[in-house]
Design a binder for this molecule. Structure first.
Ligand SMILES: [Zn+2]
Length: 189
Protein backbone atom coordinates (compact mmCIF):
# COMPACT_ATOMS: atom_id res chain seq x y z
CA UNK A 1 0.00 0.00 0.00
CA UNK A 2 1.33 3.41 -0.99
CA UNK A 3 0.24 6.46 0.95
CA UNK A 4 0.98 10.04 0.01
CA UNK A 5 1.22 12.25 3.08
CA UNK A 6 0.71 15.67 1.64
CA UNK A 7 1.75 18.49 3.94
CA UNK A 8 -0.86 21.19 3.55
CA UNK A 9 0.61 24.60 2.63
CA UNK A 10 4.20 23.31 2.36
CA UNK A 11 6.43 23.44 -0.75
CA UNK A 12 3.80 25.00 -2.93
CA UNK A 13 4.61 27.38 -5.75
CA UNK A 14 2.71 29.99 -3.81
CA UNK A 15 4.84 30.30 -0.71
CA UNK A 16 2.64 33.03 0.72
CA UNK A 17 0.17 30.41 1.84
CA UNK A 18 1.84 28.83 4.85
CA UNK A 19 -1.32 28.12 6.78
CA UNK A 20 -2.06 29.34 10.25
CA UNK A 21 0.63 30.73 12.52
CA UNK A 22 0.60 29.46 16.07
CA UNK A 23 3.01 30.85 18.67
CA UNK A 24 5.57 31.57 15.96
CA UNK A 25 5.24 28.19 14.24
CA UNK A 26 3.52 27.65 10.92
CA UNK A 27 0.81 25.05 10.49
CA UNK A 28 2.79 23.33 7.71
CA UNK A 29 5.75 22.74 10.02
CA UNK A 30 3.54 21.14 12.66
CA UNK A 31 1.91 18.93 10.02
CA UNK A 32 5.35 17.93 8.77
CA UNK A 33 6.25 16.94 12.33
CA UNK A 34 3.22 14.69 12.87
CA UNK A 35 3.78 13.05 9.49
CA UNK A 36 7.43 12.46 10.35
CA UNK A 37 6.46 10.74 13.62
CA UNK A 38 3.85 8.71 11.74
CA UNK A 39 6.45 7.51 9.24
CA UNK A 40 8.70 6.38 12.10
CA UNK A 41 5.81 4.48 13.68
CA UNK A 42 4.96 2.75 10.39
CA UNK A 43 8.57 1.70 9.86
CA UNK A 44 8.80 0.34 13.41
CA UNK A 45 5.56 -1.60 12.97
CA UNK A 46 6.91 -3.52 9.99
CA UNK A 47 3.60 -3.07 8.15
CA UNK A 48 3.87 -3.19 4.36
CA UNK A 49 3.02 0.44 3.96
CA UNK A 50 5.11 2.86 1.94
CA UNK A 51 4.65 6.50 2.80
CA UNK A 52 5.75 9.37 0.63
CA UNK A 53 5.79 12.73 2.30
CA UNK A 54 5.73 16.05 0.44
CA UNK A 55 9.36 17.06 0.08
CA UNK A 56 11.75 19.52 -1.52
CA UNK A 57 12.66 17.27 -4.43
CA UNK A 58 9.60 15.82 -6.11
CA UNK A 59 6.60 17.50 -4.61
CA UNK A 60 7.56 21.14 -4.37
CA UNK A 61 4.81 22.27 -6.69
CA UNK A 62 1.19 23.25 -6.78
CA UNK A 63 -1.49 20.99 -5.32
CA UNK A 64 -2.64 20.30 -8.91
CA UNK A 65 0.78 18.99 -9.85
CA UNK A 66 1.01 16.86 -6.71
CA UNK A 67 -2.31 15.32 -7.60
CA UNK A 68 -1.06 14.58 -11.12
CA UNK A 69 2.03 13.02 -9.60
CA UNK A 70 -0.10 10.83 -7.33
CA UNK A 71 -2.21 9.72 -10.30
CA UNK A 72 0.93 8.68 -12.19
CA UNK A 73 2.70 6.98 -9.30
CA UNK A 74 0.31 4.31 -8.04
CA UNK A 75 -0.72 6.04 -4.87
CA UNK A 76 -3.49 4.18 -3.00
CA UNK A 77 -4.36 6.79 -0.42
CA UNK A 78 -3.79 10.55 -0.39
CA UNK A 79 -4.01 12.40 2.89
CA UNK A 80 -3.98 16.19 2.86
CA UNK A 81 -2.81 17.10 6.35
CA UNK A 82 -3.62 20.31 8.19
CA UNK A 83 -4.22 21.52 11.73
CA UNK A 84 -7.19 23.48 12.99
CA UNK A 85 -6.68 25.95 15.82
CA UNK A 86 -9.12 27.77 18.07
CA UNK A 87 -11.71 25.07 17.82
CA UNK A 88 -12.83 21.96 19.63
CA UNK A 89 -14.05 20.25 16.49
CA UNK A 90 -11.88 18.41 13.99
CA UNK A 91 -12.69 18.53 10.29
CA UNK A 92 -12.76 15.64 7.90
CA UNK A 93 -13.34 16.74 4.33
CA UNK A 94 -14.12 14.29 1.60
CA UNK A 95 -14.78 14.73 -2.07
CA UNK A 96 -17.86 13.03 -3.51
CA UNK A 97 -18.18 9.32 -4.04
CA UNK A 98 -18.95 6.39 -1.81
CA UNK A 99 -15.38 5.25 -1.23
CA UNK A 100 -14.24 8.61 0.10
CA UNK A 101 -17.31 8.96 2.28
CA UNK A 102 -16.67 5.47 3.64
CA UNK A 103 -13.11 6.26 4.68
CA UNK A 104 -14.19 9.65 6.05
CA UNK A 105 -16.64 7.84 8.28
CA UNK A 106 -13.98 5.36 9.33
CA UNK A 107 -11.66 8.23 10.26
CA UNK A 108 -14.44 9.96 12.16
CA UNK A 109 -15.09 6.85 14.27
CA UNK A 110 -11.40 6.51 15.04
CA UNK A 111 -10.98 10.16 16.10
CA UNK A 112 -14.10 10.12 18.25
CA UNK A 113 -12.83 7.34 20.52
CA UNK A 114 -12.50 8.53 24.11
CA UNK A 115 -8.81 7.67 24.30
CA UNK A 116 -7.91 10.54 21.99
CA UNK A 117 -8.35 13.35 24.48
CA UNK A 118 -6.06 15.92 22.88
CA UNK A 119 -7.79 16.03 19.49
CA UNK A 120 -11.20 17.65 19.06
CA UNK A 121 -14.07 15.37 18.10
CA UNK A 122 -15.58 15.29 14.62
CA UNK A 123 -19.16 16.51 14.46
CA UNK A 124 -19.82 16.51 10.72
CA UNK A 125 -18.10 15.10 7.70
CA UNK A 126 -17.72 17.98 5.28
CA UNK A 127 -18.15 17.58 1.56
CA UNK A 128 -15.39 19.33 -0.34
CA UNK A 129 -16.32 22.55 -2.07
CA UNK A 130 -14.35 25.50 -3.37
CA UNK A 131 -15.73 27.54 -0.48
CA UNK A 132 -13.85 25.49 2.07
CA UNK A 133 -11.06 27.60 3.54
CA UNK A 134 -8.42 24.86 3.12
CA UNK A 135 -9.49 23.91 -0.40
CA UNK A 136 -7.31 21.33 -2.18
CA UNK A 137 -8.49 19.97 -5.57
CA UNK A 138 -8.92 16.40 -4.31
CA UNK A 139 -11.65 15.72 -6.88
CA UNK A 140 -8.93 15.25 -9.53
CA UNK A 141 -7.48 12.26 -7.67
CA UNK A 142 -8.06 8.71 -8.83
CA UNK A 143 -7.21 7.14 -5.48
CA UNK A 144 -9.01 7.30 -2.15
CA UNK A 145 -8.38 10.60 -0.46
CA UNK A 146 -9.21 12.72 2.51
CA UNK A 147 -8.44 16.11 3.98
CA UNK A 148 -7.71 15.82 7.69
CA UNK A 149 -7.73 18.86 9.95
CA UNK A 150 -7.43 17.72 13.56
CA UNK A 151 -8.39 20.35 16.10
CA UNK A 152 -5.56 21.22 18.41
CA UNK A 153 -6.78 21.72 21.93
CA UNK A 154 -4.28 24.02 23.50
CA UNK A 155 -4.92 23.24 27.15
CA UNK A 156 -6.82 20.58 29.01
CA UNK A 157 -9.22 21.21 31.90
CA UNK A 158 -6.33 21.70 34.31
CA UNK A 159 -4.69 24.28 32.08
CA UNK A 160 -1.82 21.98 31.13
CA UNK A 161 -0.33 22.20 27.68
CA UNK A 162 -0.93 18.95 25.93
CA UNK A 163 0.95 19.42 22.67
CA UNK A 164 2.90 16.17 23.09
CA UNK A 165 -0.32 14.28 23.65
CA UNK A 166 -1.80 15.98 20.59
CA UNK A 167 1.04 14.73 18.42
CA UNK A 168 0.89 11.19 19.76
CA UNK A 169 -2.91 11.14 19.36
CA UNK A 170 -2.71 12.34 15.75
CA UNK A 171 -0.03 9.79 14.93
CA UNK A 172 -2.02 6.96 16.50
CA UNK A 173 -5.22 8.10 14.74
CA UNK A 174 -3.54 8.11 11.33
CA UNK A 175 -1.78 4.82 11.99
CA UNK A 176 -5.06 3.18 12.97
CA UNK A 177 -6.75 4.70 9.92
CA UNK A 178 -4.15 3.56 7.38
CA UNK A 179 -3.76 0.05 8.78
CA UNK A 180 -7.54 -0.40 8.88
CA UNK A 181 -7.90 0.59 5.23
CA UNK A 182 -5.17 -1.88 4.42
CA UNK A 183 -6.78 -4.69 6.47
CA UNK A 184 -10.09 -4.17 4.75
CA UNK A 185 -8.43 -5.40 1.57
CA UNK A 186 -8.42 -2.06 -0.02
CA UNK A 187 -8.49 -2.36 -3.80
CA UNK A 188 -6.72 0.08 -6.01
CA UNK A 189 -8.77 1.72 -8.77
ZN1 LIG B 1 -4.49 24.27 6.47
Amino acid sequence: MRVLLDIGHKYQNDIRNKGILYKGVYEADLVEEYYHKLQEKIIQSGEEIVTIKTDKNILNCSYEDRIKWANNNNIDLYISGHIKFNSNESDIVYCGGKKNFKIANLLKNIINQDKYIAVGKVVDIIKLSKNYDDYVPLDKLKCQNILFRPAFIDENKNGLLIIDKFFSDVVNILFEFITKIREEKYERN
